[in-house]
Design a protein around this ligand. Sequence first.
Ligand SMILES: NC(=O)c1ccc[n+]([C@@H]2O[C@H](COP(=O)([O-])OP(=O)(O)OC[C@H]3O[C@@H](n4cnc5c(N)ncnc54)[C@H](O)[C@@H]3O)[C@@H](O)[C@H]2O)c1
Length: 344
Amino acid sequence: MKILVTGAAGFIGYHTVNRLLNDGHSVVGIDNLCDPASLTLKNARLSLLGIDPAAVADATPQQSTIGDFRFIKLDILDREAMTELCRQGAFDCIVHLAALAGTKPSQADPVGFFDVNTIGTQNMLEAARQGEVRHFFFSSSYVVHGSHAQSPLKENDDVDTPMSMYAASKRAGELLCYTYASAYKIPVTVFRFFTAYGQWGRPDSKPMRIAHAIAAGEPITLLNDGYLVRDFTYVDDIIDGMAMALSTPPHNAHGAPYALYNIGRSKPVPMLSFIQSIEAAMGKAAIIERDPASPLTKGESVEMYADTGKLESELAYSPVWDYEEAAPMFGRWFIENYNVTFNM
Ligand SMILES: NC(=O)c1ccc[n+]([C@@H]2O[C@H](COP(=O)([O-])OP(=O)(O)OC[C@H]3O[C@@H](n4cnc5c(N)ncnc54)[C@H](O)[C@@H]3O)[C@@H](O)[C@H]2O)c1
């Protein structure tokens, strides 16, 4: 297939492109390389994909040295450019990952988050419509569930009380996806990701912040006196699930070719156990500060993990990575690569 990946220099985008190339697909990746603080990491990912970061120029395609991959520095907010790209590209599928991510940053920049995550998503859906793309994949997030949601979180839970602009912008993206599937019969698959971690992770994600704090000897504050349960999903499981979804576009059900799935490990992990696995791999103890405050104050619940039964039964999703093996792998990668790249 010929596939367009947005957010290709991002954490999940990098792993997605890698997998699609290994599976023999032809891939075009776009990214606007925003946020100067994470540019070194994005450039490192592009280098691994055979792109010379020093030669990247606005709107100029660059051919990879390692496979059938072209990278173009483009902004999804440029609606005309997106439409033109999809009209000319003859893509079978769009994997739309480009976004601004994170609850806390979205509180500081609500307009920016709405623009990129909601308007940007509509730009990509519209480009898909005009380019007659046969399958659109959208990355949503478990944050669409409000703080009072009861785990395990299910696809049909009420998600109409978003607690942050990040959550609202992702929920709006889901609704736009449904509308394009319903009104224009574009098959759309939506995944709600539950905290992904792994090599070349996003610096502001919880696992990366934990590893960073351990390396730097900085304290890690845990609300609810440290008792928190989360669903940490190793990136390889996410990419496997995504590959299955891409090979199985949804059929027309209830008037729209639309399917929405949770993707997580679906094994609740106490936050302290997860931290212990990383500190053991890094050979350094974490400094834990227990705060009795409720996570509800941050728009989160004590326990947040996925019910992935729908993905398992409909797409044969079968995650294999438990945190006991994957978190130490991540900790060792952090020491060998991130510490080196960023001179910590
Ligand atoms: N990583 C997780 O645990 C997680 C959890 C839930 C949802 N998600 C969603 O998955 C997707 C990928 O997440 P990630 O962790 O790889 O994030 P990331 O920040 O590493 O990647 C996103 C990429 O999008 C690019 N981008 C941002 N604005 C853009 C724009 N206007 N035009 C073009 N490119 C733009 C960024 O430069 C970045 O490289 C996002 O949609 C995110 O909301 C991720």
